[in-house]
Design a protein around this ligand. Structure first.
Ligand SMILES: [Zn+2]
Length: 460
């Protein structure tokens, strides 16, 4: 199947051609592990999970690398301000290493709850310091760097030819208003590859280097890790749209300077999750975490379904109502298939249509529509179930488990059902109704069928 992806580098939808047949090198810029991410951050990881699952469904072997930024990401995203990890450590009375450990585990737990496949390799920035220093040495030897009082910087004016070669001007290297411009920098777009530790304070994370004690600049790790695990040039580089003006051009520039090659052939970016009134903020109640979803009885998988309903390059408007609607739709889907039996054959025509939707720049809303068409079709229940399970290998809604989940009842609930059966046998309709209400209050719905009572959970 021909796959088309919107390449931010060329700004057009292009046919995807991997460097090596049946193999894909995929790199995703990962989180800075200093706090709980908001659910908008997970829109990116969900999107790239769908991409990866789709590529797997098309029989590609996918080598997926994700970095974990545990040092060097400064508060301003540029090269000023405090290190996010060190700042969080001070706030919580811990050291930066403890902060990193805690939030890496939290991030991995969240991926699991969202049914996101783990990358082939998670790589911590602090585990590649030696390689990062070697990379900086290469940049220095090639004359791309200069030293100022707070660090070693990359001179972006030295890559004007690169702009032509890689179409990098499309990415708009000059954009991204840098706050707090450092007057010592030669060009406003220059960025640090090595920052010096402050003279008056000891950092939790710092290393010796040929240029002085310090720590790597944030952008460096992605150039280094992608080269280590995927080679000088790999297939697909993914990230949020926020990486488009600064982080990705900087990665590209460093990699090109070091290898004279384009870092990746396809660059994909997802749009943001949007909140009414603009920015997410804790005070306005619009900084929503996975934990907050669960507090409101919204399952992380319902959030996954919600994300699937909008194309990744469109802004997705957040509201609790919309999330609840997505959860209800997912519950209805599970309820529809709950009594379908295994053992059918997946319908090839529907699958072809489903994969074609995704091959068109990951059109997930259309793919979900194809799934709904299957439910409404004339296929047998068994065929429907087999087809939907196959689709779910890409959508990742974990329908097999959800089906089990809505049928699983506690001992108390089972006991109430037995009592209700007895009440019905005794034609005690008042008691039977009371028990139904009691079960409802526990979140269990009872239906009386010719075969007896059927009970399932109303929520997931
Ligand atoms: Zn990156």
């Amino acid at each position: 199947m021909q796959i088309y992806l919107n390449n931010s580098l060329t700004k057009v939808k292009e046919e995807f051609k991997p460097i090596e047949n049946n193999q894909v090198g995929l790199y995703t810029c990962g989180p800075t592990v200093y706090g709980y991410p908001h659910i908008g951050n997970f829109r990116a990881y969900l999107t790239w999970d769908i991409l990866k699952r789709f590529l797997l469904s098309q029989n590609f072997a996918v080598n997926h690398i994700m970095n974990l930024t545990d040092v060097g990401h400064l508060v301003s995203d540029a090269d000023n301000g405090e290190d996010k990890l060190e700042k969080a450590a001070k706030r919580e009375g811990k050291n930066a290493w403890e902060i990193a450990e805690f939030f890496i585990q939290d991030f991995k737990d969240s991926l699991k709850e969202l049914n996101i496949l783990e990358p082939t390799h998670f790589v911590r920035a602090t585990d590649t310091i030696k390689e990062q220093i070697e990379f900086v040495k290469i940049l220095e030897a090639k004359g791309f760097l200069y030293k100022i009082s707070d660090g070693l910087y990359f001179d972006t004016s030295k890559i004007s030819d690169y702009g032509k070669i890689a179409n990098i001007q499309n990415i708009d290297l000059q954009a991204g208003a840098r706050v707090e411009i450092n007057p010592e920098k030669k060009n406003i777009t220059d960025f640090a590859v090595w920052k010096f530790s402050p003279l008056d304070a000891q950092r939790d994370m710092e290393w010796d280097s040929p240029w002085g004690k310090g720590f790597p600049g944030w952008h460096l790790e992605c150039s280094v890790m992608s080269q280590m695990y995927l080679g000088d040039t790999f297939d697909i580089h993914t990230g949020g749209i926020d990486h488009l003006p600064i982080h990705h051009p900087n990665e590209m520039a460093q990699s090109f300077a070091a290898t004279s090659k384009l870092q990746a052939n396809y660059w994909l970016h997802n749009e943001f999750l949007k909140f009414a009134g603009g920015k997410m903020s804790k005070s306005a109640g619009t900084f929503v975490t996975i934990e907050n979803l669960k507090e409101k009885n919204i399952s992380p998988l319902s959030y996954r379904y919600f994300v699937l309903l909008t194309h990744y390059r469109k802004g997705l408007n957040f509201s609790w109502e919309a999330l609840e609607a997505a959860q209800n739709a997912l519950v209805n889907l599970v309820k529809t298939i709950v009594n379908f039996d295994d053992g059918g054959k997946a319908d090839a025509v529907s699958l072809e249509k489903f994969y074609s939707s995704l091959a068109d720049d990951l059109n997930t809303p259309q793919a979900v529509a194809v799934l709904q068409e299957v439910l409404a079709s004339n296929l047998s229940d068994q065929e429907k179930l087999a087809t939907i399970y196959k689709m779910d290998e890409v959508l990742g809604l974990d329908l097999k488990n959800l089906k089990k989940q809505i049928l699983s009842l506690s001992a108390e609930e089972k006991d109430l059902l037995t009592q209700r059966e007895q009440a019905r046998n005794n034609k005690d309709w008042a008691l039977s109704d009371a028990l139904r209400v009691r079960l409802q209050s526990l979140g269990v719905e009872v239906e009386d069928t010719a075969g007896g009572q059927k009970a399932m959970r109303m929520k997931i």
